[in-house]
Ligand binder design. Sequence first.
Ligand SMILES: NC(=O)C1=CN([C@@H]2O[C@H](COP(=O)(O)OP(=O)(O)OC[C@H]3O[C@@H](n4cnc5c(N)ncnc54)[C@H](O)[C@@H]3O)[C@@H](O)[C@H]2O)C=CC1
Ligand SMILES: O=C(O)C(=O)Cc1ccc(O)cc1
Length: 364
Amino acid sequence: MTTKIAIFGVGLIGGSLALCFRGKPGLKVVGHSPRTKSLEVMLERGVVDAATLSMEEAVRDADFIFLCVPVGNLEEYLEKLYQLPLKPGCIITDVGSTKASIAAAAASLSRPDVYFIGGHPMAGSERSGVEAASTLLFENAYYVLTPAPGVPEEAYTRLEELLQLTRAQVVRVDPVQHDEIVGAISHLPHIIAVALVNQVCDYNADNGLYRTLAAGGFRDITRIASSDPIIWRDILLSNRDVVLSLLNDWNDEIGSFISMLEERNGDGIVDSFVKANQFRSELPERRKGVISSLFELYIDVPDHPGIIGQITTELGQQNINISNIQIVESREDVPGLLHLSFRQESAMERAKEHLQSMGYLVYV
Ligand SMILES: NC(=O)C1=CN([C@@H]2O[C@H](COP(=O)(O)OP(=O)(O)OC[C@H]3O[C@@H](n4cnc5c(N)ncnc54)[C@H](O)[C@@H]3O)[C@@H](O)[C@H]2O)C=CC1
Ligand SMILES: O=C(O)C(=O)Cc1ccc(O)cc1
């Protein structure tokens, strides 16, 4: 018996899920896109077993349907799906970064023969598209599931078991609570990163030294400002009320810094840093080092002991000098992306070629 998995939106997240499922015994992965070119790319890259322009064909006899399109398109896809013939017992899930709006849409579309279970893998990056997809993306990350009321435990367990292939840790969360928490730890930080980059961009228009000197800390805190504009437009509009309330609180935080500076309140500034240091040190993941380099590579690395040593030893044997190493925090809990810096472009190029020849996914 083959288990069929249909994936709509084979980009960074849909493509990474497809890679986790594809080639596993008894599983068949079918990708859908409304664009012929996208079908060609997903087949060429070996991300799916089959690809189709037809929604009907994609979902025919499917046991699982993953909606991996931007948040703003999820509802329209769900509505269309609910009008198609679907296999009884089929599980429909999504990967959207917000959960309350899709949960409400699913509730208004109830259909007794299929189950909707909202989902959100808490892993990703500022990159997008199937080109950035990786089997390692979700390894050891949290994967939130928000089952609709009335979904039988058996269906929830079936999805949870399939998701073991992503090596993520599944966690059940209420959709409204999800949006409040993820608003604070993901949506607000994206806005802050973009606002900060744009503030400096405006200063830089008058004096190019801003860009020249911006490195290290500025790059660290603003990596997520390079995220996809459409994906983020949809996320922020979908979680608008939560984000507006968070921005009000943010104004208060910034307001308190303004007051402390106006009043030359050194103790208050120290207290703020001490409080932040304390909370940050309790986070499950730690940022390493500050990077100020010229030529950089990013490498997807599995969460295996010794993997970083293996890569650096390999490069050492090739006489390639690394000037700095950083494990990029793009997910909860795990190192997933290795950031290597080189003083010379030729060293970066040689490292890239060598690591690619060893089968690593390398990004410049
Ligand atoms: N980027 C990230 O790190 C994370 C994103 N998500 C969520 O995953 C979903 C997909 O995001 P990514 O994979 O990052 O984006 P992506 O841009 O890499 O992939 C989106 C896919 O949907 C397709 N698509 C776009 N508009 C479409 C439309 N109107 N109709 C049909 N297909 C369309 C694109 O061609 C692409 O294949 C979003 O809902 C996002 O909120 C969830 C976790 C992490
Ligand atoms: O790149 C990062 O640090 C991210 O924050 C990636 C990300 C983007 C959207 C999500 O819903 C979850 C994770």
